[in-house]
Each structure stands twice: as C-alpha cells, then as structure tokens.
Design a protein around this ligand. Sequence first.
Ligand SMILES: [Zn+2]
Length: 354
Amino acid sequence: MKIDRRQFMHGALAASCAPAVGAQAAGTSPVYIGDMHSHLFFFGMGVSPEKRPLGATMAAGNATLVAWSLVGDVPWLRITGQGIKQKGQPQRGEAIAWFENDLTRIKAHLDSQGLKLALNPDDIDAALRGEPRVVLTVEGATFVEDDPAPLAHAYELGVRSVQLVHYIENPLADFQTERPQYGGMTDLGRTVIEECNRLGMLVDLAHCTDIVVRAALEVSTQPVMWSHSSVTRTRQPNWKMPVWQARQLPLDTAKLIASKGGVVGLWPMRSDVGPSPEAYGERAWELGEWLGVDHVGFGTDMNAISRPAISSYADLQKVVRLWQAAGFPDESIRKIALGNFARILKQAMSARAA
Ligand SMILES: [Zn+2]
C-alpha cells in the first residue's frame, strides 16, 4: 500500500485522539511490538534501568520481543564531537571478561523484573501470543579474538544474536564509521557467520560496510538482520560522512538483504527520520514500500540515541495507531511491528545443527 501523505497526516490527527496504548477494537488482539535493538546499559545515556526497569518499559507499550544488546566494546570507546571513537585495544581475555560481567549485570536486572529470555522457537511463539521475552544480543563481537570458540560459550549463556562489528577494530570485518582496513570481511569473519548459523544465532550486520554486508550475504545460509539505522536511495555512504549518514544502508544493499529473507530495522535518529513518532511512522512505512512489507522492523537503539523520535514502546504504539487510522492493512502492520523480527529470529534458532 502506498503512502498518501495527506491521508497519512489526516490519520495522524485521528490517531492523536484515538484510545490509549493497549486498547483495540473488540475481537482483535493487541498489536505487539518487537524491537530489534535496544540498550539499557550504555555509557549511562538515557534513563537508568533502576529508574525505568525493562519490565515496566515493555509493558507500557505492549512490547513482547525486545533485543537487549550488550555492547561488546564499551571499555575501549569514548564519546567525541565526531561521534563514538576507539580509545584503546583490549588485551587478550579482556573482552570476554567484559562480556561476562555485563551479561551478569543484564541477567540480574531481567531476574529482578521476572523477565524471561527468548532462547528457542517456542519463546518466539510466546512473544507472538503476547508473553514478554527478551533476546540477548551482542553489539560488536569483540569477545571473538582469533578463534570463534567463544560464540558457543555466548550461546550457552543465552545470547541469540551477534552483531559482527561496532566502533572498534576487530579481526572480523570493516565497519562503517572508520577507514576500512581489510576492504571487506576476513576469513575469521566468514567463519563467525558460519558458526552463528550452526549454533542457531541470528547474524546482525548493522555497522558493517556495504562490501561486508554483500560478502556476509554470500556466506550466511539463514536470513540476516540489519538491526538499526536507515536506508538511503541517494547516497553511497562512507566513513567520512557524519555518523547518521555513514551508518545508512544504500537501497540496493538493503534490497539484497530483503531478497535473502532478511529484515532492516529503522532507528529513530532525529537527524535522519525526523523529530516525532509521526515522522518515524511515515519513514518506516515508506521503507516497507521500498523493501517489501516482510523486510522492515523497529530498531529503537533505546538509550543510545539522544533526543530520539521514539523514546518508548508507547511511542511505537502511537505509530501503530497512526497506521491503523491511515487504513493500512492489519497484517502488514503486525509484520512490521513484530512479525518480521520474530520470523527471522525463529528461523535462525530453528537452523541450529542437531
Ligand atoms: Zn549501534
């Protein structure tokens, strides 16, 4: 369905008067929300989880499948005027130690909230039925040093998705915001993707350069996700651009991800998508038109973006109401809101080798 801008803005007005979160027409189930990328502990940005616990945050917007991303390279990063930069290199063993510490902290918070992890396809079905599940993900596979063995360890600890790169150099692949050092992906990077496929973990290509994405799509036997950023049809992003432009995906690459069954998550970066849930909703629907409605999801990057267009799951319910008021098909709304993320996660989990 094409976006008609006037109809959409009319819908925006109607939606602003519509019933609050969780309300729905008689006989229909609520639209549940999936989030392909969020943080609760990251540089102390956003609201601390003690003040805004994840359980309540999810419940306030009917979010039932949230990826909580452990940032694998935090100790070696600093925030600068030009965005996040590398400030050092982990010594052997330091990255896995950081990973284990932070995972313990994350799990303690989930336990305190009575939140369950999404560990297998049944958990994804539970989330689709409205029972909250949290997917543990790692942003930046820094803990993989020169051998993919720690991936199996991460799986045992509950991690179900791995993003290859973030903001520091690692031996797997180039990333978008620094000058490429390999010109693509290394053999170890390829091995890591094969190992993720084998273990049943969803590969996340966010932050990878265009060349790496294309190489990864050749290797992965399962659909992949691009958990957070956006798609550009006019630029060829490169590392010299401002971060929000450097982080975009060119449209033809995004289409390639979609052609292999994958999903692209839209972030709520104000400089990119605009200032409001309305602007975000319009952009997300448009992305569905570009890539197909089966290939778009939400990637809030919660607590890692300052002044985002979407700052809560209640904001994403606003987006849903906006789409409903604009008369968009219910099935498509549910796919973008949760179904697409659930589908690829379940597919990756189901592919786990016996
Ligand atoms: Zn990120």
